[in-house]
Design a protein around this ligand. Structure first.
Ligand code: PEP
Ligand code: MN
Length: 354
């Protein structure tokens, strides 16, 4: 249930309404949107009488029930106001959101060694990426495949962060690693295979770093939003949703089916920012540009692209990785679509040479 306050409601009145609702045994949450303040009420609200709430204050514009099973993740919970996820990076804050320029995340599937991660970071930054991705802990189908270098790879990500100024997005697979991963990551990734790991969702929800929640490969949109709800309910409001391809009947030519319809569907259902990952979505580098362009046209807020200095030698996901040159070309192509939909970031002012 939400209580929408009229614009210009004094803060003291918002506090008074919240306090009154608390005496009813509810836990009101103040949500400050661009134009209005909304008080969110989650829990046993079925018995509440809308008219009775309305009588608390003349400053209450309306009281609405959130009909979706996902409450905090639903678009209604913020009365239609999209949320923004602001991430602090060494180069300054970067914002993910519906009214923000497109944010591009790029980098290898896994962190292999210092040279490759630092070199890739510098190359993707020069092409316009704002975040470096790279796995230290890798969820692999086979226990005999490369599992990631673990903690030592986190150290290499820290070096790449420092050398490039990019923010770091890396996966946390296990609650036991949350602290060490959180020391390096600017955004914690919960991978597709862990979307249903409720202990992990609760733990990433109870810490401060923003979370990138990938869609489970066979998860419905509702299951995905309920997974996001776990993180939001645990207290962390900074969640980005990443579509990375789902399982359908045909896996012969593409690794997954990239569900681009998720973009408008999510836009209607949730206020959370959206990311599209055409690399895992297709599994083939040659298909990545088409789907990246389509994702921008569909209205995504961000993209995740795998880039490796030598895809043929990559320890994981080489076939879907672009070379740095390929990524550079792709960014130029993406700029055309990005500008057409008015989501392309302004070029950074050139550094002043002294
Ligand atoms: C990844 O991004 O490195 C990854 C493993 O992706 P997913 O969880 O989507 O398979
Ligand atoms: Mn990968």
């Amino acid at each position: 249930m939400i209580v929408v306050m009229k614009s210009g409601t004094p803060d003291v009145e918002i506090s008074r309404v919240s306090e009154e609702l608390s005496t009813w045994g509810l836990s009101p949450e103040k949500i400050v949107g661009k134009h209005k303040v909304v008080i969110g009420l989650v829990g046993e609200t079925a018995h509440l009488n809308i008219e009775q709430i309305q009588e608390i204050s003349p400053w209450i514009e309306l009281v609405l029930r959130v009909e979706q099973p996902f409450k905090r993740a639903s678009r209604e919970f913020r009365h239609g106001d999209p949320s923004e996820v602001v991430v602090q990076t060494p180069d300054g804050p970067v914002t993910f959101g519906e009214h923000e320029p497109l944010v591009v995340v790029a980098g290898p599937c896994s962190v292999e060694n210092e040279k490759m991660i630092v070199e890739t970071a510098k190359r993707v930054k020069a092409a316009g990426a704002k975040f470096l991705r790279g796995g230290a802990y890798k969820p692999r189908t086979s226990p005999y495949s490369f599992q990631g270098h673990g903690e030592s790879a986190l150290g290499l990500l820290a070096k790449a962060r420092e050398a490039s100024g990019l923010g770091i997005i890396t996966e946390v697979m296990d609650t036991a690693d949350l602290e060490v991963v959180g020391e390096v990551a600017d955004v914690l990734q919960v991978g597709a295979r862990n979307m249903h790991n409720f202990s992990l969702l609760k733990k990433v929800g109870a810490q401060d770093k923003p979370v990138l929640l990938k869609r489970g490969m066979s998860a419905t949109i509702e299951e995905w939003l309920m997974a996001a709800e776990y993180i939001l309910a645990a207290g962390n409001q900074n969640v980005i949703l990443c579509e990375r391809g789902i399982r359908t009947f045909d896996r012969q030519y593409a690794r997954n089916t990239l569900d681009l319809s998720a973009v408008p569907v999510l836009r209607r259902l949730t206020h959370l920012p959206i990311m599209i990952d055409p690399s895992h979505g297709t599994g083939r580098s040659e298909y990545v540009p088409a789907m990246a362009k389509a994702a921008i046209a569909a209205g995504t807020d961000s993209l995740m692209i795998e880039v490796h200095p030598n895809p043929g030698k990559a320890l994981s996901d080489g076939p879907q990785s672009l070379t740095p040159e390929g990524f550079d070309r792709l960014m130029q192509e993406l700029a055309v679509i990005g500008k057409a939909v008015e989501r392309w970031p302004e070029p950074q002012p050139a550094a002043v040479l002294v």
